[in-house]
Structure formats: C-alpha cells, structure tokens
Design a protein around this ligand. Sequence first.
Ligand code: HEM
Ligand code: NAG
Ligand code: NAG
Ligand code: NAG
Length: 404
Amino acid sequence: MIIFWIALLSGSLLFGVYHLMVSKRRYNWSKKWQRASSITAMDEKPAFGVTADPQRKWGTWIPHPFVTPVPAPYPNWSVAHTKPLPYRPFKHNYFVTMGIRSMSWDDWIELDNEWPEFHARKMNRIQERADKLNHTEPCAVPAVEELVDELSRYLTCRYPSLFKFTSPGIMSNLYTGEVFDLRSRPWKEDPMTMCGKWLQDDLAVMIEGEDGQYYLKAGSIMLSGFWRLTDKLNMSLAEIHTSGDVPHFNAKLKTGMERFFQKLGPERAVNRNNYFIQTDNDLAWSHAIGHEDSDTIGWYTAEDAVGVDQLKFRSERQSLRRLPKTGAIIFTIRTYFLPITQIAQEPYCSARLLDGIRHWDKDVSSYKGLQKYGPVLVPYLEAMAKKDEERGNGRDSEKENYPW
Ligand code: HEM
Ligand SMILES: *[C@@H]1O[C@H](CO)[C@@H](O)[C@H](O)[C@H]1NC(C)=O
Ligand SMILES: *[C@@H]1O[C@H](CO)[C@@H](O)[C@H](O)[C@H]1NC(C)=O
Ligand SMILES: CC(=O)N[C@H]1CO[C@H](CO)[C@@H](O)[C@@H]1O
C-alpha cells in the first residue's frame, strides 16, 4: 500500500514536471481551452480528451506520466446487496450519434449483486469455449500487462470487500476464493481471461496502427450477445462496425469516432450506453439469431416472438480510456439484462421506450430486429403507457433528467 502511495505521489510530481516541459509545445491547445472557458489553468479540462499529442507519429506512443487517480471505495458496496444501476438509456427520440459523456475515474468499472451470476456464466463459457473468448496479439502484450496492473489497482481500492492484494503480486477474490498471480512470467493463466473473471464487463484492447486507425488486438469477450471476438479480431474500428452493418456508421459515426480515438488523452475517459431487445434469455449469446458457431447469424434467421414474457431488455454501459504507458485504448462493455416486463412497470418507461422505438428508422429497425418482436412489444408498451398515464405519470410530469 505504501509503495502504491509513493508511486502515486512521484507519479503526480512527474506529471507536473512533464507539464512544465511540454507546456511550450502544448501552448496553443491550452490557450484555446482557456479562451473557451473561464476555468483556471489548474482545473482546465479540455472537451473530450483533445490531449494526446496530435502531432505524434501514428502507431507510436511515448509513455505519458499520468497516473490514474485512486478511486474512492464504492459507498456501501456489497456483493449481496448493491443493486445494478438502473440505466434506462432510451429517449423519446432516437438519433445515431456517438453519444459519449465524460466519466469520473471512480466509475470505470461497475460491479453489483449480479456479479456472482455473471461470474458463473463466464466460468462455464470458459469451460465450453475458452479459445474463442479471449485473444492477445503479440503487439498487444505490453498493453495487456498495463491493463492487468490498472484493473487490479482499481478493483482493490474501489471494491475492497471483493478484491484484495493478499501478498505482493497476488490478488485474491474474497468471495470466490480465487487467487490471481499477477507477477509470474510466463503468466500462470491467460491475462485477458483473468481480467474477464474479475469483471461483469467484456473488454477490448484497441491499438493504434501506423495509419492512425485503431485495431482490435486483444480482448475478453464472453457475454457479448450478438457478436463474436473471432469475427472482429485485427479489424479496424471502421471494419468492426461496417462488417456488422451498424446503421449510418459511415455517414454519422466514422469520422467523429476516428478523430476521437486519435485525440483521446490518458487523463480523460468517457461512457456511452445503448439498448437492444433480445427474444431469448441468454445473457452470453442470443441464440435466437443463430447458433454461436453458425456461419449464418442475424435477425433474419430468428423466429417471430410470440409473447412479451420472452423479451429481454439488453443495455450496454461502455467506457473508453487510454492507458498512459502503452497508449492502448481500453473499451469496456458491461451489459445490463432484464425482462422488458420489469422495465414497463417503471414510471414513464413504457411511453419513452415506445417513442424511442417509433423513431427508429428503417435501417435501425432492421439492425435491432424490430420486425421479429415489434408486433408483440408495441401493443404491450402502448397498453402499459396508458396505464402509467392513468396513474398520473403523463409526459407533462416527466422529469427532463430521466435516470440513466
Ligand atoms: C466512440 C466509440 C464507439 C461508438 C460511438 C460506437 C458505436 C456503435 C454503434 C452505434 C453500434 C450499434 C449498436 C449501438 O447502438 O450501440 C455499435 C456496435 C458495435 N460496436 Fe461500436 N462504437 C464505439 C466503439 C467501439 C469499439 C472500441 C469497439 C471494439 C470492439 C466496438 C465494437 C462494436 C461491435 C462489435 C458492435 C456490434 C457490431 C455488430 O452488430 O456486428 N465499438 N457501435
Ligand atoms: C450507506 O449506509 C449508511 C448506513 O447504513 C447510510 O446512512 C448511507 O446513506 C448509505 N450510503 C449510500 C450511498 O447508500
Ligand atoms: C492479426 O494480424 C497479425 C499481423 O498482421 C497476424 O500475424 C495475425 O495472424 C492476425 N491474427 C488474427 C487472429 O487474424
Ligand atoms: C487465443 C488464446 O489466447 N486463447 C486462450 C484463452 O484463454 C485460455 C485460458 O482460459 C487459453 O487456454 C487459451 O489458449
């Protein structure tokens, strides 16, 4: 612990010195930020991460002295009682946008009382198909080392009742009794798989190529529902999305995303949320769209839903951050998964989800498989929205800031 604090302190000092050293080169950026806001120089925060040196040669990264802030322990966290956060990220409208917002360092990874269930599912996934759920390309090895380091430091501080350094280089899970050797090389177990066992999230490691594009070079993807790591490995951001026919990717997302990745600095982090409807109840793989090893997967192969009870609301809370030493960008994907009938009981949710769905255009509807469940979902949400309104929860009384 003491070593950790010393490391942190000297890191902060280094960071200060570094800032002095590079302030000349960065002068223009800083000046822009100062003009754009009245925040003092000490507190200045650029718009989403315009801090990575935009002049650098693509595919190279000079270790940055930023040290990830130590997170505060999650208030009252317990593996038995902390409920999943009620993200309900649907709006009365639907636009294809990046939809990112700033993330506080405390909130990098969210764990809750569904941890045991997620962990158990991941463990049997590893039994069934370990080799298809994780991968590390040689070029990503240093990034994976850094990820293990960052995650283990974060988790032991944020969730001390679940994770603890029990001796130097050894992290234990106090709930399962698992012991993780972070220090031996060669690794005692595959490091990406190991990170996956710690989290409810899936993890993707994106490495910048010499062309300035970001490539999927390592990952632990166990509960992704609709896509497979083996299909996307080595792909660039653009290929990942266009191969999946993400609606309006080229027109609305590509340019902004690519620029965002290039400019993201290690001291900034963001989140985004999305949502889907699933017509079966497997968190790990939506077999309704096809067998996981099938050549043909997609909504077009799915059966029509016959009732609302089979519909699940699936929402991802994603985070993006750049690791300071290696410059790799870490993408985390945490899925929240619950029956649509539960969402529909909550005030304002039926009407809002219904409005959101009504604003899906043709491409979004077909990407999200609306044709397969719309005929049961839409009338149900209409009825539930009407009931909700009769209870006094009409649109007029809805707070602008609905819960995420
Ligand atoms: C700012 C960053 C990103 C944005 C704005 C973004 C946007 C999107 C959008 C709009 C979709 C369609 C589903 C949805 O509404 O979420 C999607 C799907 C997807 N994204 Fe991203 N994405 C980002 C980063 C990433 C990264 C880093 C990966 C790396 C693995 C990734 C992998 C995927 C995959 C695998 C899908 C599913 C594609 C399929 O259906 O085959 N995304 N993304
Ligand atoms: C944590 O628990 C204490 C005591 O039970 C309570 O007063 C407090 O409001 C709780 N805090 C949060 C954030 O839940
Ligand atoms: C990814 O690309 C590297 C370098 O081009 C290549 O050696 C490797 O075999 C590829 N891996 C996969 C899984 O396609
Ligand atoms: C591709 C790859 O590295 N697969 C590894 C994933 O992790 C398992 C252990 O859980 C290894 O056995 C695989 O070799």
